[in-house]
Ligand binder design. Sequence first.
Ligand SMILES: Nc1ncnc2c1ncn2[C@@H]1O[C@H](COP(=O)(O)OP(=O)(O)OP(=O)(O)O)[C@@H](O)[C@H]1O
Ligand SMILES: [Mg+2]
Length: 466
Amino acid sequence: MENVTTQRAPDWSNLEAVFESLGRALVVLDEAFVIIRASHSLDRMAGSGTSVEMIGQPVESLFGPRLFGPEETLRESLRLGRREEGRRGVLRCGRDAARLVSVTTTPLAEGVVSACDPRARYLVVIRPAEDDDTILQSALVSHGLVARSPQMLRIVHLVESLHGSDANVLITGESGTGKEVLARALHAHSPRSGGPFVAVSCAALPADLLESELFGHVRGAFTGAVRDRVGRLDLAKGGTLFLDEAGDIPLPVQVKLLRVLQERLFERVGESTPRPLDARIVAATNRDLKEAIRQGRFREDLYYRLRVVPIHVPPLRERSEDVELIARYLLARIGGRAGRAVQLSPDTLAALERYDWPGNVRELENALEYAVALGRGQTVQLEDLPAEIRSPESRPAGTIRARLHSPDPDPAFADGNSPLTADPEEVPIRAALERHHWSRSKAAAELGMSRTKLWRRMRELRIGSR
Ligand SMILES: Nc1ncnc2c1ncn2[C@@H]1O[C@H](COP(=O)(O)OP(=O)(O)OP(=O)(O)O)[C@@H](O)[C@H]1O
Ligand SMILES: [Mg+2]
């Protein structure tokens, strides 16, 4: 038996090599639609290791529940001995990424290829859907940072050229432009990528709490310090400390942080043993720090320590070349979670490119989530988009999140038969709450409504906390 398999194995390899040279991946299924073989080219499409990890898994683990599910005819056709060509599907890539692919399935002719493995029944040929290659390539360039515009490509190149560096970086840019994605990409491209990425939101905490959050404290250091606490600087040892919303660091903490950056030593609150600083600092803010310095709210010396390398992320409206690519990337991600392959219609894309995105990429992501949740087809149609993006004139001048206050009824609900909810506010509100871990004040800020209004809408929509 051993001999037989080793003798016959090259047949598969040859076949796979041919398909691989055509940019295709091959997957072989047994009678129960379980994967028994996958070509190495699958690793290039879905991430390294996939071709090995998928062996023994049901076909759904590769394509999600939809493509081979009851709504599609693939299984039936295969059982009946029919070939199906060019089906659109979503190939799962890791935990929450996905890409659009085109899939051809065919039963294996008795005694031909199946002689290589008696269990083999069906063959699945996968090729990337058109245009998707560039998306995946650029997505991989910087770990989730998708870019095509000259401004963003300059940033991607900068990230790459910093790969051997430990220099502190200050990222500035409007809310939702992708500062955190960029910080993670910097970490992933740094010599510390093997270490942890630890984020601290500096806006959320008053000075004394932020101080012990950053530096840690010892038991008894202050009332309420009932046990020792390891600070974020310690936790980030060997990795990157991401100081998010650094423009909001209270002045007393700024003084301490400055000293730590100068001396490369820090102490836990209530302790005098100095510990070495072994973390790279990446800070981000959507505030104008120059202005904050003029007003005496931010220390100039700390500013220069943090911005050894300054990176400004431009707002999305200044780089509309990125809209299509980012939208497709986000759609693959959102669709992948829902097990659906979703595309953009040409006029949807045109509307997305026309809109001025006051909430930047985060708003784009919200809009697409909304559209995918409400739309039923494989394509996002213009009418699936939130009203103010469909026709920006409906957005009252000067307001940011007009979608939620938009007076015009949404035709997506015209048949009163929405799959999720009859209230167009529910999806974006839930999404915002989820994103901010159910912090009502942050979600309200993102949605551009007061906390009380959000609270009232949550009660009306019966959205509870988790
Ligand atoms: N270039 C990009 N490619 C793909 N996704 C992006 C890109 N930029 C931003 N995103 C997505 O947009 C969302 C917002 O990005 P992020 O949280 O990094 O913004 P931010 O600048 O930190 O916002 P804030 O100032 O509000 O904290 C995230 O879900 C992120 O994945
Ligand atoms: Mg952020």
